[in-house]
Design a binder for this molecule. Structure first.
Ligand code: HEM
Length: 425
């Protein structure tokens, strides 16, 4: 364990970490791939192998704190070398404890299996047609205007309506969904430690899904919502209605800021690197590899969190039961033991998809194929319909001296807004 030194910035509340989380992670890495934070009773994992070790070790690490993050105190005092029973006894008092990403073991596997029953290849193909149609319209309007704001004006409505389409939300309700999501802040709020995640939007959306599921269970039709309402667990049993509602709502929550901010991060890089922009415009087949490298270098999820439920180890590092762990995905993605010249942007890296931007193990992001497709599709349209995309100097300053606002979140890495100028063809 490191000794108490002064001057360590607090990952969870210090806004200077936001501008350059990568510099902060390198400071932590200098202490070793697993280190004890000075100011909190929390471990941080910055090593690539060590992060995978934690994510795969579901026997000893619980996901129960993956939503609120490691900064929120546990609702109980851990006792002994195995706190599994204490976690189960307090789940309903843990923030986000009713979301699939926080479940462990059999309950997690059962609920997760429902999603693969929904996202069939034919459903995903139909959804991709919707993406093209919707993206085309958004991009044409933006190019006609000569400018747009990417994160709020384009990405947020786009990703919201793509998931709404995937889940079969009726057309008349989609605008209400969009407005509700627009109003909610991203998770991992640095400015209110007691409320790092707001659940008001999720509760509002839950009201809609409750009605859909209730209606389709009583009156099945040939539509996606009926598939959602009647999907069964692998043993053939029908899930509790609330479980289905929570899952549907969580898909919105999980795919919202993450995908919208990934588009912002990718677009910022395209706008600020004209040679790269021309290369992608000339050969759109390179966009998928480009996106993988954006995910590695500036993925929209910086970290996830685990709770040691048994006394265990990460590598040689001893971990007592009850210890909270920050798995710094963004740091693992720049671990020099895994990546050659990790700070360099290179989209011809071998095994480029092995980054941890979507996590690893049983909780690996379910929406990764969707996120990759939706961001690729809209970038294709932006590049096809423009001859040049540049950042607005009025809003963001000149190259080399940019002013960019990042969301105050210890989970999400993403711009609060991104203004671009678009030259048509
Ligand atoms: C760029 C976009 C995205 C990023 C960077 C991202 C990142 C992640 C990460 C890192 C995890 C693992 C969390 C953990 O292990 O604790 C995760 C889980 C999850 N993601 Fe995503 N995600 C994205 C988009 C989406 C989309 C579009 C959806 C919905 C359609 C989605 C749905 C989920 C779900 C349901 C889980 C929980 C899986 C489980 O617990 O088994 N994500 N995501």
């Amino acid at each position: 364990m490191t000794t108490q030194t002064s001057g360590e910035r607090d990952y969870f509340s210090d806004h200077s970490v936001l501008l350059d989380p990568y510099g902060y992670f390198e400071e932590m890495r200098a202490r070793g791939p697993v280190c004890q934070l000075d100011k909190r009773d929390i471990l941080m994992v910055t090593g690539y192998d060590e992060a995978i070790e934690v994510l795969r070790n579901t026997r000893d690490f619980s996901s129960s704190i993956s939503v609120p993050g490691a900064a929120v105190p546990l609702p109980f005092e851990p006792v002994g070398d195995d706190i599994s029973e204490q976690i189960e006894a307090h789940r309903d008092r843990m923030l986000g404890g009713d979301m699939v990403v926080t479940y462990d073991d059999a309950r997690h596997a059962a609920v997760r299996s429902l999603v693969s029953r929904l996202f069939t290849p034919s459903r995903l193909r139909a959804n991709e047609s919707f993406m093209h149609e919707f993206a085309e319209g958004l991009v044409r309007d933006a190019v006609a205007n000569g400018r747009c704001e990417i994160v709020n004006e384009i990405a947020t409505p786009y990703v919201t309506l793509v998931i709404a389409d995937l889940l079969g939300v009726p057309a008349q309700d989609r605008e209400l969904f969009r407005k509700a999501i627009d109003a909610g802040p991203p998770p991992g709020n640095m400015d209110d430690e007691e409320k790092p995640t707001t659940t008001a939007t999720l509760e509002y959306l839950g009201g809609f899904f409750y009605q859909y599921v209730q209606d389709r269970r009583a009156n099945p039709r040939d539509d996606v919502l009926t598939e959602l309402a009647t999907a069964t667990y692998p043993d053939g049993s029908l899930p509790d209605m609330l479980e289905v509602v929570r899952l549907a709502v969580f898909l919105f929550a999980a795919g919202q800021d993450t995908s919208a901010k990934l588009l912002g991060n990718a677009m910022r890089r395209i706008a600020d690197t004209p040679a790269l922009q021309q290369q992608l415009r000339g050969n759109p087949g390179l966009i998928p590899s480009f996106l993988e490298e954006v995910l590695r270098l500036e993925g929209s999820t910086k970290a996830t969190f685990r709770l040691a439920r048994r006394k265990t180890r990460i590598g040689e590092f001893e971990v007592p039961a009850g210890k909270r762990v920050v798995v710094a995905l963004a740091a693992a993605n720049r671990d020099p033991r895994r990546w050659d010249e990790p700070q360099e942007f290179r989209f011809d890296r071998p095994r480029i998809r092995e980054h941890l931007a979507f996590g690893r193990g049983v909780h690996t992001c379910i929406g990764a194929p969707l996120a990759r497709a939706e961001v690729r599709v809209i970038l294709e349209h932006f590049l096809r319909h423009t001859s040049a995309i540049s950042l607005s100097e009025e809003k963001h300053g000149k190259p080399g001296n940019r002013r960019l606002d990042y969301e105050p979140s210890f989970i999400i890495r993403g711009l609060a807004n991104l203004h671009v100028e678009l030259a048509g063809k």
